[in-house]
Ligand binder design. Structure first.
Ligand SMILES: NC(=O)c1ccc[n+]([C@@H]2O[C@H](COP(=O)([O-])OP(=O)(O)OC[C@H]3O[C@@H](n4cnc5c(N)ncnc54)[C@H](O)[C@@H]3O)[C@@H](O)[C@H]2O)c1
Length: 435
């Protein structure tokens, strides 16, 4: 085991002929460098990988993952593989694949990958089908597309599945709806809901990388711009905070009064989208909802307004309505479609309304995905160990697992924290103290 483990740690497997569908194997060297770069910032995942190599907790477990195919995801796939799993990967979004990373996973690690950046809808779904052909025992999803196809069009795969994990807010919402309607056929761990996931990935990861995507797509100056953030949840808070940091005048729209109030007290202007539509220079939706920007808003927007989305699905901006309200469109830059409205105004749609941080930039920085994917790896191990006692429900990540990831992250940053003294433990546990 030791020799095998050592070998796995230092090298990729010998290239094998693996069924896959990626853009070009010639990109693999670039992907390799990108993965190595990300790995340097993924110390928690590295330490889990070392444990996995020794203990082989996933020995022989077949996993189908439907995730954004990025360098960070590649490092998660390698960790699972090194834990003994037999992994296949497809994209969770047609625009988020890093083709070079996909090629490297196939060529150097023998991991089947089905993902090509810019794939059309049919190819996207055929890739999900290919990942299900792997006959998974565990599904790993980002948005619940894999689970919903398994539950509807590929029910024959359900017999093998013992459980799954879900990465994002939108996926967790869909899965809870499935569980409520009694159609979910196996347990899922809501990785998104771990503190070490949403408090960091959604807030700091999405916050920074969404700005990165908008800036890379447009090269606009944010200082002095009116930047409208729709949705003040975990992602929206991070985005609003970072846009303000770059000097934008940030306007928040919400439907939840408590979140709206929080945004007000955090110092942002809050108003309805009808009001904001008239003022905004740049808009970004991040709600998990649909038609947040729609024709009534397009009609009010200024000439040259830029609209984008960082929520999971490309339904937050009503693109069919934008098409209907316009007389023509042209691509002015990569990821920028300029719509000429019937009254002559121009509205610029970024990245086809898909998550702009993944479409035009590189997604979240590796150091934040380090925690999310540590949660993923440990949640898979948890499902393998505990699936017999789990029902067909959506479960939170166990608290001790969540705390372990936070502790490992702090250690990797060289930060020590205090511990409770016995006296403090007693004080906190007692209801009679306090007089
Ligand atoms: N781009 C990325 O990389 C990335 C990363 C994590 C999550 N996500 C996705 O981003 C979306 C938001 O995730 P989150 O974790 O912030 O969710 P969240 O539930 O914490 O926040 C969503 C917020 O949007 C608000 N909202 C809903 N409908 C609205 C509307 N019509 N107008 C204004 N506000 C509205 C809700 O009240 C809520 O406060 C989800 O689709 C999630 O899957 C994307």
């Amino acid at each position: 085991m030791e020799t095998k483990a050592k070998k796995q740690e230092t090298m990729a497997t010998t290239p094998t002929t693996v069924a896959s569908d990626v853009k070009s194997m010639e990109l693999a060297d670039v992907g390799r460098k990108r993965m190595d770069w990300a790995n340097q910032s993924m110390k928690v995942l590295q330490s889990i990988r070392k444990d996995f190599i020794k203990t082989q907790p996933l020995q022989g477990v077949r996993i189908s993952a439907c995730l954004h195919v990025t360098a960070e995801t590649a490092n998660l796939m390698i960790t699972l593989r090194d834990g003994g799993a037999d992994v296949a990967l497809c994209a969770s979004n047609p625009l988020s694949t890093q083709d070079d990373v996909a090629a490297c996973l196939v060529r150097d690690y023998g991991i089947p990958v089905f993902a090509i950046k810019g794939e059309d809808n049919d190819t996207y779904y055929s890739h999900i089908m290919a990942a299900l052909d792997h006959k998974p025992q565990i599904t790993m999803d980002d948005g619940a597309d894999l689970v919903s196809i398994a539950l509807t069009k590929r029910t024959e795969v359900l017999a093998n599945i013992i459980g799954g994990t879900e990465e994002t807010t939108t996926g967790v919402i869909r899965l809870r709806a499935m569980a409520k309607d009694g159609v979910l056929k196996y347990p899922i761990i809501a990785v998104n809901d771990a503190d070490t996931k949403h408090m960091f990935d959604n807030r700091y990861g999405t916050g920074q990388s969404t700005i990165d995507g908008i800036v890379r797509a447009t090269n606009l100056l944010l200082a002095g711009a009116k930047f409208v953030v729709a949705g003040y949840g975990w992602c929206g808070r991070g985005l609003a905070m970072r846009a303000r940091g770059l000097g934008a005048e940030v306007i928040v729209t919400e439907i939840d009064p408590t979140k709206a109030l929080e945004a007000v007290m955090d110092g942002f202007r809050v108003m309805s989208m009808t009001e904001a539509a008239k003022l905004g220079d740049i808009f970004c939706t991040v709600t998990g909802n649909k038609s947040v920007l729609r024709s009534e808003h397009f009609e009010l927007m200024k000439d040259g307004a830029v609209i984008s989305n960082s929520g999971h699905f490309n339904v937050e901006i009503d693109i069919p309505a934008l098409e209907r309200g316009s007389s023509s469109k042209r691509t002015t830059r990569t990821f920028v479609e300029e719509y000429s409205m019937k009254d002559g105004r121009k509205i610029n749609l970024l990245g086809e309304g898909r998550l702009i941080n993944l479409a035009a930039a590189e997604g979240h920085p590796a150091s934040v995905m380090d925690m999310s994917f540590a949660d993923q790896a440990l949640s898979v191990e948890y499902v393998v160990k505990n699936h017999k006692s789990l029902e067909n429900k959506v479960y939170p990540v166990p608290v001790d697992l969540d705390k372990r990831v936070a502790k490992l992250k702090l250690e990797s940053m060289g930060i020590k924290v205090d511990r409770l003294t016995p006296e403090q433990e007693e004080y906190l546990a007692s209801w009679s103290e306090g007089t």
